[in-house]
Design a protein around this ligand. Structure first.
Ligand code: DGL
Length: 271
């Protein structure tokens, strides 16, 4: 089977572009439709019912583009909305939590894993539940790092304030002698080097985008949805609002220029 339909990806905003980047590296011939709900970001401080409602609307938009699979490239949405989305839509739906958990367990040798994310992801205990359902002997230490999202969106990848905030949030995880740290928010890979420098080289950082891309590859293979074209896939980018600095920051997250970004009305699902 040669399925040329695109893979749909959504996030609360631009964080999911770090996942889109990994997906196009892992599956270069797949077409991608990205939707970022920039008008309503952040999801990480909203209630579960609101995040579920938004996630259904975001998915409806992607479905209107005839996608063959959905990647929920937002840890917050993945932590609450996946069961609901699976109930509504009959195509593969891949979230961040399971893939990041599996990779963290593979990498950890001392079975002490740290997880950082938004307040919603951490208070839902999404990762500790998933990791312990796979291996109950693992100790999981979770910490919300809400200031990392605005730091990433400012592009402060090497700013002294970022070093100070990283230390403030991560000191206690460092003292707990974890050997693996899950970046459980799609914004955090932007701060990868500052976090790695602070935690030290003995701690393996898990980029949930890399983990998810691996699972998407397996899933579309198992469901016979691969695009067998030998040409590079095409990516389209949609958002619900275009803030002034959007393009520059979005390109930092994606790691390459974005030629065209379209604004979409979520009520009417039209551009
Ligand atoms: N993309 C979100 C996540 O991965 C972070 C931003 C937000 O709070 O919406 O959890």
């Amino acid at each position: 089977m040669n399925d040329k339909k695109p893979i749909g990806i959504f996030d609360s905003g631009i964080g999911g572009l770090t996942v889109a980047k990994r997906l196009s590296q892992t599956l270069p011939n797949e077409n991608i439709i990205y939707f970022g709900d920039t008008a309503r970001v952040p999801y990480g401080s909203k209630s579960n019912s609101t995040v579920i409602e938004y996630s259904i609307q975001d998915t409806n938009f992607l479905m209107s583009k005839d996608v063959k699979a959905i990647v929920v490239a937002c840890n917050t949405a993945s932590s609450v909305a996946i069961p609901e989305l699976k109930k509504h839509y009959d195509i593969p739906i891949i979230g961040m939590i399971e893939s990041g958990s599996v990779m963290a367990i593979e990498k950890s040798t001392n079975k002490r894993i740290g997880v950082i994310g938004t307040r919603a992801t951490i208070s839902n205990k999404a990762y500790s539940r998933e990791i312990n359902s796979i291996d109950p002997t693992v100790e999981v230490y979770e910490k919300a790092c809400p200031l990392f999202v605005p730091l990433a969106e400012e592009g402060w990848t090497d700013h002294k304030a970022t070093y100070e905030i990283v230390e403030e949030y991560l000191q206690e995880l460092k003292e707990l002698e974890i050997d693996t740290l899950v970046l459980g928010c799609t914004h955090y890979p932007i701060l990868f080097s500052v976090i790695q420098e602070f935690m030290g080289e003995n701690v393996t950082l898990i980029d949930s985008g890399i983990a998810a891309a691996r699972v998407v590859k397996e899933e579309i293979k198992n469901t016979d949805l691969e695009n067998e074209s030998d040409k590079n896939g095409v990516s389209e980018f949609y958002v619900s609002d275009i803030p002034t600095t959007f393009k520059k920051i979005a390109e930092l997250f994606l790691g390459k220029p974005i030629p065209d970004i379209k604004k979409v009305n979520l009520e009417t699902l039209t551009v």
